[in-house]
Design a protein around this ligand. Structure first.
Ligand SMILES: Cc1cc2nc3c(=O)[nH]c(=O)nc-3n(C[C@H](O)[C@H](O)[C@H](O)COP(=O)(O)OP(=O)(O)OC[C@H]3O[C@@H](n4cnc5c(N)ncnc54)[C@H](O)[C@@H]3O)c2cc1C
Length: 368
């Protein structure tokens, strides 16, 4: 079976590698010279709980994906020798004032049903764990099993592993349309010609909507711009992820930290703006005043593939046989990549999956 995968971000690349490892012939098509700008620009948190506003039917799938990470990181290392720096460093969801503390307590009530090690910490305990935290901190939720990966390394590893396994990877090849015969999708059109396949997987991130328009399919996937600052020369080290209502800090193995992130509806505008930097520096001053003297090393931008319920679209589309969607992973594409790869490989090769993907059925947005 030959599968054409459109988009070499974390989702398309993970799917291509998984399909190839299960024996399919795979062609991975990427419009740019390097795929996955959004994925590289991401903060890399593997965090089912800390930025999830309420209990959601997506949690079983999120937890499954979190549990896949240690083996996935090992398999990538064994395949191509790139360490993606998977680190189960734990995270603190910090409350900044009393009304926020109520929301953190409410979060604890549902999180603890999935994560027995979740723990509420007093402000003193939280600041003992992370002295850079503001004195405004009133309470924190400790989530020891959340972690982080280096997204630049992850993307390099996935691309290398896919190619090494035998995936044909074409960069600079935008897909501009589909070949359709009797209600069945049988290939794609690219700028360079036509490619035929037995199945087509669309993993084009924030650009998925435009591509599916060529088939008359409307999916509500919209870009949500995210800006991040990379900070170095910290006056004291940071060891854990810290998230809050207004922003987050993610420690990296080399001693730098990521300060994120804006959430902006700015279309496909990929500029790093002064307003974005201003917002992030205000967050820094409020949450981690001890770090205000750090060096701003980099200012990066990515376009999250946002959806109305912040959940992805994973599965087929009625009336378009052999067309599969794996897009719209919004705030959790890095977390969800390994499980999405398994689920899509199951669907393409076996026609069904045992993984809990019902909440992600594209039909929820496609009814007439
Ligand atoms: C600032 C920021 C912080 C984030 N932090 C986190 C986090 O901590 N944890 C987490 O889990 N998630 C996080 N995310 C979200 C995560 O990055 C995304 O959900 C994920 O990267 C989406 O991956 P993707 O492969 O769907 O999209 P992309 O990485 O955008 O890849 C899609 C690819 O498709 C290609 N493409 C588009 N159209 C075509 C076409 N017609 N033909 C061929 N190729 C095409 C694009 O060029 C692109 O390379 C963050 C995102 C941002 C911006």
């Amino acid at each position: 079976m030959t599968v054409l995968v459109i988009g070499a971000g974390v989702i398309g690349s993970a799917i291509a590698w998984e399909l190839r490892r299960r024996g399919a012939s795979v062609v991975l098509l990427e419009s740019l010279s390097e795929g996955g700008q959004t994925s590289v620009a991401s903060a890399g948190m593997v965090n089912p709980f800390s930025l999830t506003p309420a209990e959601t039917p997506a949690l079983p799938f999120m937890l499954h994906s979190l549990n896949l990470y240690p083996d996935w990181a090992t398999q990538l290392y064994e395949a191509v020798g790139i360490d993606i720096e998977w680190c189960r460093c734990g995270s603190l969801r910090v409350a900044l004032h009393d009304s926020d503390a109520q929301s953190v307590r409410a979060t604890y009530e549902w999180v603890v049903r999935y994560e027995a090690q979740a723990q509420l910490l007093s402000a003193r305990e939280a600041r003992e764990l992370e002295p850079v935290l503001t004195e405004e901190c009133s309470l924190a939720l400790w989530l020891p099993n959340e972690g982080w990966v280096h997204t630049g390394r992850l993307m390099r590893a996935l691309h290398a592993a896919a190619v090494q396994a035998g995936v044909e990877f074409y960069r600079g090849q935008p897909v501009v349309g589909f070949l359709q015969e009797n209600g069945r999708i049988v290939g794609v059109r690219t700028a360079g010609g036509v490619l035929r396949g037995d199945a087509v997987v669309v993993a084009a991130g924030a650009w998925t909507g435009a591509l599916l328009h060529t088939l008359g399919i409307h999916v509500p996937i919209e870009p949500v711009r995210g800006q991040i600052l990379v900070l170095s020369d910290l006056p004291q080290p940071v060891r854990h992820i810290m998230t809050s209502l207004i922003g987050y800090l993610v420690p990296r193995a080399n001693g730098t930290v990521l300060l994120g992130a804006t959430r902006e509806h700015a279309g496909f505008d990929l500029r790093a703006t002064a307003a974005g930097m201003h917002h992030l520096l205000q967050t820094l001053a409020r949450l981690f005043p001890a770090l205000i003297s750090a060096t701003v090393l980099k200012h990066t931008v990515g376009l999250r593939p946002g959806t109305p319920d912040a959940n992805p679209l994973i599965g087929g589309i009625a009336g378009f046989e052999q067309l599969y969607l794996a897009s719209g992973h919004a705030y959790h594409g890095i977390l969800l990549a390994p499980a999405t790869a398994q689920a899509v490989a199951d669907l393409v090769l076996n026609g069904q999956t045992d993984l809990p993907i019902a909440p992600f059925d594209p039909a929820r947005f496609l009814s007439a």
